[in-house]
Design a binder for this molecule. Structure first.
Ligand code: NAP
Length: 249
């Protein structure tokens, strides 16, 4: 059998209308998976992306919009998608602010979207994967777990919390054929940081901290995601795969 064949697998990639999530969803569809494109509110945008990927790959691609900050987000997503084989918790929010000025609402939004929603999604989708004896969960972290940015303390903390949960759950369900891993990007050029990186001074400062000397592309992450969510990744669980050009070092 061809390696990395995802035919027959059903996958949800949260936050897949752009950036890293989009690249992962497209890559899974290219390898035969049925995919759900997701964003917070603009269902039409998600549908446009879904149609575009379907046109390129011929696989079934659906659209769903649910704000992960909502307390019932996982339940509503499950209603829309039904059971899944692959869950990628990719969506996140981040606010730039000094640690001593972080307001409660920004704290809550970052923790709820980045951590709580991921936990609720795992609680919702993993039991079915366990019953069927096969599943893959991929949580997306950040190099800030080990190289914190002074203006994003809670964002980094939310990813550290998710890293801990990834390992804890992975350990408990490994014998059920369900693997839980973390993809940890460094600086990847996406709509999130395009504006900041277009400032030559800031860009030079950021690149100076990356041993490989350049920022990554979303496809660098989708290749890693494909391994971790495929049959071929069966012996990898509870791992963190850094896709960061060595930035963590
Ligand atoms: N880019 C980097 O350099 C980098 C570095 C380290 C880690 N990461 C991590 O990689 C992941 C993807 O980053 P990215 O740069 O590709 O992000 P991005 O370009 O900002 O895209 C974020 C995606 O998440 C969705 N999203 C945001 N808030 C949401 C919410 N409340 N509910 C539902 N969906 C929501 C967005 O949809 P809407 O348009 O609806 O908001 C969008 O589809 C994130 O977890 C990020 O923390 C990125």
């Amino acid at each position: 059998m061809m390696q990395f064949d995802m035919t027959g697998r059903r996958a949800l990639v949260t936050g897949s209308t752009q950036g890293i999530g989009y690249a992962i969803a497209k890559c899974f569809a290219e390898h035969g998976a049925e995919v759900y494109i997701h964003c917070s509110a603009d269902k039409e945008k998600a549908q446009r992306i879904a149609d575009e990927i379907h046109g390129q790959t011929g696989t079934a691609v659906h659209a769903v919009a649910v704000d992960l900050g909502d307390i019932d987000a996982a339940e509503r997503l499950h209603k829309a998608t039904g059971e899944l084989d692959i869950l990628v918790c990719n969506a996140s929010v981040q606010f730039r602010r000094s640690w001593d000025e972080i307001p409660l609402d920004e704290y809550e939004t970052q923790m709820n979207v980045n951590f709580r929603a991921s936990m609720n999604l795992m609680q919702t989708y993993i039991p079915g994967m366990q019953k069927r004896g096969w599943g893959r969960v991929l949580n997306v972290g950040s190099v800030q777990q080990v190289r914190p940015h002074a203006k994003m303390a809670v964002y980094a903390a939310s990813k550290c919390a998710l890293a801990s949960l990834t390992e804890n759950i992975a350990m408990q369900i490994a014998s059920d054929g369900v693997n839980v891993n973390m993809l940890v990007p460094g600086v990847i050029v996406t709509p999130r940081n395009e504006a900041a990186l277009s400032d030559p001074e800031y860009r030079a400062k950021v690149l100076a901290g990356i041993p490989s000397g350049y920022a990554g592309e979303p496809e660098d992450c989708s290749a890693a995601a494909l391994l971790l969510c495929s049959n071929e990744g069966r012996y990898i669980t509870g791992s963190s795969l850094y896709v960061d050009g060595g930035m963590r070092l």
